[in-house]
Design a protein around this ligand. Structure first.
Ligand SMILES: C[S@@+](CC[C@H](N)C(=O)[O-])C[C@H]1O[C@@H](n2cnc3c(N)ncnc32)[C@H](O)[C@@H]1O
Length: 198
C-alpha cells in the first residue's frame, strides 16, 4: 500500500508524468506559487543576469524571473512539466527571454561560470545526490553569483542547519537560512537558504 501511495506521489509531484503529473502540476502551480515568486523576489535578478531555475514545475517562477531578466533558463527532468511551462510562459518564450532545457540539478548542461543566479524551489529532496547537485550549481555560477534554495520545511532532506553545512562544503559563502510562511491558505512553512559563489 505504501509503495502504491509513493508511486502516485512520484507521478503527481516528484517526477510528474501522465494525467497525474498534469493534475499535480495544477495543484503545485496554485499551492507553490507564492514561494516561487518569493524566491525570485529574494534573488533579485536584473535584466542582464543569466538566471537558471532548477525543476521549475508549472513555470510560475520562470514567468516571474523573465519579467526581471532577459536570460532565464528552466532546467527540467520531466517532459510533462515542460509542456505546462511552455503554455504558461508563452509570452517570455516568444520574446526570447526564456529557454527551457532538459537536465537535472547535477547535470544542468551549462558551461562553467555562465550563470549569475540559481533558483530551486521544492525539489531539493528529489535530487538523488544533494552534494553533487550543489557542486554542479557552484561550477556553473560566476564568482559573486548567488543561489536561492526554497523547500517545504517539513520535506527537507536534512534539517536546515545541516543543509547550510552541505552548502558551505560545496564551496559557497555567505550562507543564510531561515523559514517563511507563504500567505496562501493552508500552505506549509517554507525553508529558505541563500548563498554566494565566492
Ligand atoms: C514538487 S515539484 C516542484 C515544482 C515547482 N518548483 C513548484 O514549487 O511548484 C518538483 C519538481 O522537481 C523536478 N525534479 C525532480 N528531480 C529533479 C532533479 N534531480 N533535478 C532537478 N529537478 C528535479 C521535477 O521535475 C518536478 O517538477
Amino acid at each position: 500500500m505504501e509503495s502504491i501511495t509513493q508511486g502516485l506521489l512520484t507521478k503527481g509531484f516528484g517526477q510528474p508524468s501522465g494525467l497525474l503529473g498534469r493534475l499535480g502540476g495544477r495543484l503545485m502551480a496554485h499551492g507553490n506559487a507564492a514561494t516561487e515568486r518569493h524566491a525570485v523576489a529574494l534573488a533579485r535578478p536584473i535584466e542582464q543576469d543569466v538566471v537558471l531555475f532548477v525543476g521549475p514545475g508549472s513555470g510560475v517562477g520562470l514567468e516571474a524571473a523573465a519579467r526581471r531578466s532577459a536570460h532565464v533558463i528552466g532546467v527540467y527532468p520531466s517532459d510533462a512539466m515542460l509542456a505546462m511551462a511552455r503554455r504558461r510562459c508563452a509570452s517570455a518564450l516568444a520574446r526570447d527571454r526564456l529557454r527551457l532545457t532538459v537536465g537535472t540539478a547535477a547535470r544542468t548542461g551549462r558551461p562553467d561560470q555562465s550563470v549569475d543566479v540559481v533558483i530551486s524551489v521544492n525539489n531539493l529532496r528529489l535530487w538523488p545526490d544533494v552534494p553533487a547537485g550543489l557542486t554542479e550549481l557552484h561550477r556553473i555560477l560566476c564568482p559573486g553569483g548567488r543561489i536561492l534554495l526554497a523547500a517545504h520545511e517539513k520535506w527537507l532532506p536534512t534539517a536546515l542547519p545541516a543543509l547550510a553545512h552541505t552548502v558551505l562544503a560545496a564551496g559557497f559563502t555567505s550562507v543564510r537560512s531561515w523559514t517563511w510562511q507563504p500567505p496562501t491558505r493552508m500552505a506549509s512553512t517554507a525553508a529558505l537558504l541563500s548563498a554566494v559563489r565566492a
